[in-house]
Design a binder for this molecule. Structure first.
Ligand code: FAQ
Length: 329
């Protein structure tokens, strides 16, 4: 596991796992206090956070790629401007999240290296291709919709910097969700071919969107502990159910059919029942066997290398300013 750099901290850790410190930490979490970067925390809590926050950051950054492919092909100037702004927002989300993870003692460099070497995960959803313009609508509606469902509770996650980053991210994601749904509405109100494109996008993105919430609770190794630490506020299955419940009526409202023959409203439960998710597909994508996994990483590494001159220029500028400040003192 690449996560937190423990070098030079072994001694501190021995003291750190003092039961009195653990009890005080747990009492604060139980009291819904935020844990802040300088507070003592169990090493396993720190590692879990670095894992989740860095994976989240990588997802935002890799998530720019499927939509970025369509900036030059957006159907008009208005759609192009909106898509540009959305992709830029995702980049911003990645940056807030990398900053939040850095407060836990892992450098940005380590996290980026872990992504590029294939050690770090990012959301399975971004290993599916965007074949038509309707896919941009489906991503906004379903992928951002799933992201919000997962992220709203994270505004109350127990680690302060992560919770605060989520506030702005959620506001922007909800805007993204609406723009995606609006693209789908326009396509569904258009020609027969446009409506067919919208249905085809829903058919391809529905199941991968349900997979975004992670494995079922009885097969999720991290959920129970993360719920105890109040890192996660709701389980994978609870969030997936909420997503299905709000999204199905949205599909029906624009005349689209969710591609699940087992989908039906269950009056007794007050929820939709839905069909089995193909978990073999999910685990294959997690293992790096997604349809466009290789393309995504190649594009990501290329962008990183192409941007080297920007990072160098920014660093040279910062050093120049620092030198000027020192000279003036
Ligand atoms: N993809 O025990 P659990 C977005 C892994 S942001 C890949 O249940 P946990 C914005 C999991 O890491 C989307 N891997 O794990 C946007 C773990 O492996 P590990 C990202 C997955 O952490 C929109 C293993 O399976 N959002 O879309 C996935 O308790 C549009 C066992 O799983 C976040 O990251 C998956 N889908 O729960 C951008 C939200 N699911 O690490 C552009 C924050 C599970 O032990 C365009 N993260 N795995 O080796 C979370 O809420 C949680 O980390 C979960 C997973 C719910 C994703």
């Amino acid at each position: 596991m690449y996560t937190t750099d423990l070098s030079g901290k072994q001694q501190a850790d021995k003291i750190a796992e003092d039961p009195a410190l653990v009890a005080a930490f747990e009492a604060r979490v139980a009291n819904d206090d935020f844990i802040e970067p300088k507070d003592w925390m169990p090493e396993a809590y720190r590692k879990t956070l670095v894992r989740q926050i860095s994976q989240h950051a990588h997802s935002e950054i890799v998530g720019m790629l499927p939509e970025g492919n369509w900036i030059t092909r957006a159907p008009n100037l208005r759609r192009k401007a909106i898509l540009l702004a959305k992709v830029q927002d995702e980049g911003g989300h990645g940056l807030y999240l990398y900053c939040a993870a850095e407060t836990l003692g892992t450098s940005r460099q380590q996290m980026i290296e872990a992504l590029h070497s294939g050690k770090a995960k990012y959301s399975t959803i971004f290993n599916y291709p965007t074949l038509t313009w309707a896919d941009i609508g489906a991503i906004g509606w379903l992928v951002d919709g799933a992201a919000i469902m997962n992220q709203v509770p994270l505004q109350r996650t127990s680690y302060g910097p992560y919770a605060r980053a989520m506030v702005r991210i959620c506001k922007e994601e909800s805007f993204h969700q609406r723009q995606g749904y609006e693209i789908m509405m326009a396509l569904c109100a258009g020609t027969k071919d446009q409506k067919r494109m919208a249905q085809d996008a829903l058919d391809r993105w529905w199941w991968p969107s349900l997979m975004m919430f992670g494995p079922p609770d009885d097969n999720s190794p991290n959920t129970a502990q993360s719920i105890r630490w109040r890192i996660k506020r709701e389980t994978n299955d609870e969030l997936r159910q909420k997503f299905v419940d709000v999204t199905v009526p949205q599909a029906e409202a624009i005349g689209l059919k969710v591609p699940d023959p087992a989908l039906s409203w269950n009056d007794a439960r007050g929820h939709y029942d839905f069909g089995d998710i193909d978990w073999d597909e999910f685990y294959a994508v997690v293992r790096g066997e997604g349809l466009v996994a290789k393309e995504r990483m190649t594009a990501r590494i290329q962008a990183w290398e192409d941007g080297a001159w920007v990072r160098e220029a920014a660093q040279a500028h910062a050093m120049k300013r620092e030198a000027a400040k020192l000279a003036a003192e």
